[in-house]
Design a protein around this ligand. Structure first.
Ligand code: SF4
Length: 398
């Protein structure tokens, strides 16, 4: 297939957290709101002149300093963010919207604050406490926290319009972005899809790492290109997978999948398109803030939720993706030392094995994936075993 429109530009944007679109938005007086977790509703950081950036630390090398401050038993993502902040790589962030949802990230924000690592006179930060259960009481608490730690500071400190109209406008733009991803995602259901896992991962990452209003026109053109694009005549994919797991912002993961001819049909991991790139429904009956917060709690599939209904929702949704996207297998990936995904990696596959005959593989991995021979060997072996099973099944039918 010929190169996808703008793909090289997207790769360039992903080389730096403070990429050219972020710099452009800030040069126009806009407010950069960094965040790291689905518990912080992205769309609420895109109100008026504020814009969201889901934080990454591209080109991460040594993590010595973060290890010194936070030990080595902390997930690589948290350590990489701390290290980058220490190096001055996040001085462009005006407001850091964090959540007390995992203690590791919490320590990053506390250290950033205590050590005054962000050299930006406008800098501020807020940490929300999110509920552990989805209930009317939990929703109320969530809204109160978001108001106090995110919306009001954005309004008071930077003059951001946080009115109901402003929220509705942001949701409209967010939904335009999501509509693009919903359409592209459907293409992955084809037997011989016209988009590769690497391309999809890159598109998803730029949509999180750049100001929505600036990346949107490019993504619209990419979608046009995809509508016209023809898949290669020979289907090179040997098996199809749902990938589930923790924070994954290094698209080398998808390159490894591709090199093993493994196709990612659904990406349910932090920075993936599920659930972050699905449209938020809004009606006129209730305040937009309430509807947005309800939506984020309802669709949140983070293993931090331990109530029975949320646990079941997570497992059932994964089985549903596997069915809808005709997956041959499921891969659970866990960032090393991520506690939540550590136990989810045990209970999720056990449930799936009990309720279906879909093969599951689990892996843990570093934040920086390039050069991970172990990951490649594991994926290759899994693909091999699935191909063998497929052949045996076909033979059995004859
Ligand atoms: S990968 Fe896990 S430990 Fe790391 S920030 Fe995300 S939830 Fe926290």
């Amino acid at each position: 297939m010929k190169d996808l429109k703008h793909i090289h530009y997207y790769e360039e944007l992903l080389e730096d957290a403070n990429n050219s679109l972020v710099r452009h938005a800030r040069s126009e007086g806009n407010i950069a709101a960094g965040y790291t977790c689905y518990y912080v509703p992205e769309v609420l950081l895109n109100l008026d002149k504020a814009f969201s950036i889901r934080l990454r630390a591209p080109r991460t090398g040594s993590l010595d300093i973060s290890q010194y401050y936070m030990s080595s038993f902390i997930c690589g993502y948290s350590r990489a963010l701390f290290e980058r902040a220490f190096e001055g790589g996040y001085n462009f962030i005006d407001y850091w919207c964090s959540s007390e949802t995992c203690q590791q990230m919490n320590r990053v924000v506390e250290n950033v604050h205590e050590l005054k690592l962000i050299n930006n006179e406008k800098f501020g930060h807020g940490i929300i406490d999110a509920p552990l259960k989805v209930s009317e009481h939990g929703l109320k608490h969530y809204i109160t926290q978001i108001k106090a730690e995110i919306l009001e500071p954005l309004n008071k400190k930077y003059g951001v319009d946080i009115s109901d109209d402003s929220i509705r406008k942001a949701v409209k733009e967010h939904n335009e972005l999501c509509a693009i991803f919903e359409e592209i995602s459907e293409l992955r259901k084809d037997e011989n899809p016209r988009i590769t896992p690497r391309e999809m991962h890159i598109l998803s990452l730029v949509s999180y790492a750049c100001p929505t209003s600036l990346i949107l026109p490019y993504l619209k053109e990419t979608l046009e290109d995809l509508r016209e694009r023809k898949a290669d005549e020979t289907n090179r994919w040997r098996a199809r997978f749902v990938v589930v797991g923790s924070e994954l912002d290094d698209y080398t993961f998808s390159e490894i999948m591709e090199s093993c001819r493994a196709y990612v049909v659904a990406d349910r991991y932090c920075f993936g398109t599920i659930p972050g790139r699905t449209r938020i429904p809004l009606n006129d009956d209730a305040p937009a803030l309430e509807q947005v917060c309800r939506y984020y709690l309802d669709t949140n599939m983070c293993p931090r939720f331990m109530s029975q209904e949320k646990v079941m929702q997570r497992h059932e949704e994964i089985l549903k993706y596997a069915k809808d996207f005709k997956a041959d297998g499921i891969i659970y990936e866990q960032a090393k030392f991520c506690d939540f995904w550590g136990y989810e990696r045990l209970i999720g596959p056990a449930y799936i094995k009990d309720k279906s005959d879909i093969p599951v593989m689990t892996v843990d991995r570093e934040y920086v994936i390039s050069g991970s021979g172990q990951l490649m060997t594991r994926v290759q072996a899994f693909v091999e075993s699935l191909t063998l099973k497929k052949k045996q099944k076909e033979r059995g039918k004859k």
